[in-house]
Design a protein around this ligand. Sequence first.
Ligand SMILES: [Zn+2]
Length: 375
Amino acid sequence: MKWSFSIARVFGIDIRIHASFVFALMIGAMWGLEFGQKGVAFGLLFTILLFACVVLHELGHSLVAKAFKIPVREIVLLPIGGVAQMEKNPEKPVHELLIAVAGPLVNVVIAIGIWVAFGKTLLSGIDLKALTSPQSVQPSAQALVFWLLTANVSLAVFNMIPAFPLDGGRVLRAVLAMFMGFSQGTRVAAGIGQFIAILLGLFAVMTGQVLMALIAFFIFLGAGRERAEEQARTVLHTLRVGDAYNKFALTLAPGDHVSRVVDYILTSYQPDFAVLQGAQLLGVVTRSEVLQALATDTRDLYVAGVMNRQVEKVQSTQSLDDTRKHMEQKEIRIVAVYEGERYLGLVSLEDIAEALLVSTFVERQNQLRKMEAAA
Ligand SMILES: [Zn+2]
């Protein structure tokens, strides 16, 4: 993630802090300001310990994911919480369930740990009123322990709300997926999540809680995004890469000059060109390579000199979903489509996005036709 820097490496996972995390520290420090230096130190210490608990929560998800052979690249700390970046989705619902539960479970364990270690001291001579209202609480070791305990219980409870993108939403989807499949399960879980978000939003507006309203809004968006991603996966899963390449693409010979590519780019909307010797693919020239050649060399070069020879091969029967995943993992934009040993054409990430868009509209039209026929 941009604007983040590494602070530690645990079990091969990069722990990073986003620059905006400074705001969380500032809020912590500002809270303690009225109590002087001691208050500021207290506010900072509480914020740091709270986010340490968030890191442990994310590590809980990550370690269970790794146990199921899902690589975890990094954990990023933002002022609103932590994010563990996993390289793929769990294949089995039970895996997703266990990964999702592991995070909140860590907070439960921490809360129990705090209670076992300090419960007696907390209870003796406790002034609950002073501890629970932030205005009257004095910075003390007792307050710190009490707040950390409350924070961990809240983290566990809040994250188990059954709405995407919270952990509870994933648990709900996993359980539904066991009975109705992943795709239908996601749709139902996203619907329930948005319903909860609306209820939460209404409650927040009626009681005038700005932060809660904001959280409800993010949950609503997150649920919608999860549903859209699932729809994309389903559509792209049914399409083959052999259906998505441009059958009428302009091609080049190795002896063609860059000026010819410039002509092609200006007169067609094609951004990538295959360089062919007979029926054999030698390499690919993209728009950006042409622009670079024009910018750095005054001569009219041969395309063979500027083309990219390392082109990833895929078979035409492979699904677009798998192809997209493959391209994202290798960080490439273009693949060459083959039928056995025979070269067919090129497919780029933009072509896949286009295929998704078109088939979504075709699908919608089919549904409209069905509704018209039924009416
Ligand atoms: Zn979580």
